[in-house]
Ligand binder design. Sequence first.
Ligand code: GAR
Length: 207
Amino acid sequence: MLEKGGGKARIAVLVSGGGTNLQALIDAEKSGIIRSGEIVLVISNKAGAYALERAAKAGIKAETVLLKEAGTQEAFEERILKLLDENSIDLIVMAGFMSILSGSFTNRYPDRIINIHPSLIPSFCGKGFYGLHVHEAALEYGVKVTGATVHFVNEIPDGGRIIKQKAVEVMDGDTPEVLQKRVMEQAEWIILPEATEEICAEIVRGK
Ligand code: GAR
């Protein structure tokens, strides 16, 4: 945990895939948008995720924790908790992390886990709504506006308190891939670093 009276909040980023949101966080730390926190650890639940390469390029320690290797959800979460503890993590940022954490995990870090979701919650969220599926559902429904949400993580999937949202227009002829890219560029890569800085600043102030 943070030393009293100074320093930065220590951030762990949880990833599963391409890691463009991780990249946005790394870039935001470089450019000074994130100044109250530092990314010190990346954890992937997928072997070979490109996000791990992004971490390596940025000189950030990266670890892979596999459910299959751990054997049970409980053991998987214990391994992650151990890494968080060993690295004195203050804030956990889920950036495209495609695994639902149990209540016993989220209760260990109240208001200290945030997630980016690619829709305007409470639309197109909860179990089964992740990645491209979210945009497929939005297009199928025919909404004209979608967006992204950063929220605290609790035991309810996508159910924690909302921190930030940004709306994005749906255009005629959008495919899920095209819409996903627009939501990332116009919303996710902006509000995730902003929310991260806000929470880190709060953590630093409170210590
Ligand atoms: C992002 O669109 C993120 O919002 C979404 O997965 C993508 C990951 O991309 N997350 C969820 O759907 C979580 N429910 P990235 O690996 O390039 O950041």
